[in-house]
Design a protein around this ligand. Sequence first.
Ligand code: ZN
Length: 266
Amino acid sequence: MNRKVLSGIEEIICSLPTSKTALILIWIYTFLGISLITPELRVYFEKWENAILISLFTVMIYRFLISFVKIKKDDPVNPGMCHDQESLPEKIFDRYAIHEAGHYISFALYERKPDILTVYVNPFHCNSSNGCVFFKYKDSPSNKKHFENLMFTYLAGSCAEFILLGQIKNGSSNDNIDWERTAKHYLNSFNTDYPWFTDPQNSSEALVNNQTLDNLRKKQWKEVKRFIENNIQTIELLAKEIKTSKTNKIETGRGLDILSHVITEV
Ligand SMILES: [Zn+2]
């Protein structure tokens, strides 16, 4: 899972051309444009060295702006950001689709569904994870059950891979970090039956906390496994729709339709 998004203006900047031809054209147009629009600047263009330097400087600013935004280029939320790269092999794409479908269907357990809930698999090689479930609430719930569900969601991607494909290969490190951060928040904020020190003072208290995290994870993993096993068909259906959709993305409306088929008893 990955929840980064580019703003509208960043997407526009990201889609600007960066080929050599485009840069040369921008250079020429900058040169002509500035000298035509602002006659008082023409004096700087009388010497060809100045003209070249000023236009080159403009092209450098243009390139810097694009590269600055493209740090987020591999963001799998945004279809089309990696179009200049090689396609993913089909098997790897399918694995990402199963993993993300696992995360996605867990939202069927949420009493209140997010206002935005999309899933996307990037069909091109990227530096970061190729899959993404994006969810957003206008006002996020803050009750105990919501955090239990969130932890469940973070485990569900790897669990879907494990149940349907027999092995976990994708994105589990990010999911594990998200799971642990949420679990700590959950244990710090709510009363549970688990032994937990909000502010451990020594190594034995820290050890108790680690054991609690371990036990909580094992207990949840068992539940997630049952949930995934009950919903293999829905995961396969969603993964197939991600693959066959033109944009490799399922929008909130269709996604919520699919969630209505999910068996929620665990
Ligand atoms: Zn994941």
